[in-house]
Write a protein that binds this ligand. Sequence first.
Ligand SMILES: Cc1cc2nc3c(=O)[nH]c(=O)nc-3n(C[C@H](O)[C@H](O)[C@H](O)COP(=O)(O)O)c2cc1C
Length: 312
Amino acid sequence: MGGPAVSTVDTRVKLGGIALRNPVLTASGTFGYGAEFAPFFDLARIGGIVAKSITLEPRQGNRPPRIAETPAGMLNAIGLENVGVDAFITEKLPALAAGVVVVASVFETEIDRYAEVCKRLSGVPRVAGLEINASCPHVKSGGIEFGQRAEVLAQLVRATRRATSAPLLVKLSPNVTDIREMARVCEGEGADGLSLVNTLQALDIDIETRRPVLSNVLGGLSGPAIRPVALRMVWQASQAVRIPICGIGGIMNAEDAIKFLICGATAVQVGTANYLNPLAALEVAEGIEAHARRHGVARVADLVGTIEVPAR
Ligand SMILES: Cc1cc2nc3c(=O)[nH]c(=O)nc-3n(C[C@H](O)[C@H](O)[C@H](O)COP(=O)(O)O)c2cc1C
């Protein structure tokens, strides 16, 4: 697609009511609360940051070891470690420069508590939108992730939708049989957009001790190993719903991100790559713009959903 190179590219996109200067955000849990990365680059040069997921009360998380390297990726089971919603509002948000777009990520173990966190974040001027992390174990459903059962996911989205009028993204779990069903549930309950995917449930073993490598036994797999799975899910979900999608999973460079845009993602998030290169998100944003310029694409938004599927 495209034509002769263009001199300027409009990189702006709109993600479920959140205006972004370019389509690149950082993924929750991989970029702290943002201020940790401010020494590396001006955070206002990327689309935005999705902060570490927060709960009602501060939490410590799991015992170490809670991360481990895997081929082309990593396993993590950090647990619910975070400063809690009140300290997020009073300490973490004010530490960010005025031009930085912040999406607050919310997680909890019960639906009422999710709704309460959303209420507290509503109307906080620095919060551009909320991302509901539906990959947490739901205590009342016996520890199954909220996003793994359509009826539980529907209740969660309904309750959080009622709790806030802020732009509401729902971050889906990839640990499901049919991502299209989950995407439709969210759209039906009033979500403004979807983020997908979170980590894939996984396990690794130390053969000398015969123990799992993580104290939590199970962890979440992220990084390039999951990218083709994430691309498949973004493509399938984008065909099932009309709300915008933020693609996540193994994005290490601009080329990877452009694949997500082509598969139907309006924006992307960079996660594990931040651990290798703190400038990763900025380089992805600049690389997308350069690609669009070279290919004569005047608006980055014009790349979205341009996948060419051969007739079969
Ligand atoms: C160490 C670590 C911590 C994470 N913490 C969170 C979190 O608090 N909330 C959340 O929604 N996702 C969390 N994630 C998932 C990422 O946001 C992202 O969805 C996932 O890692 C896939 O993207 P990636 O392959 O680019 O890392 C975490 C991932 C990692 C590696």
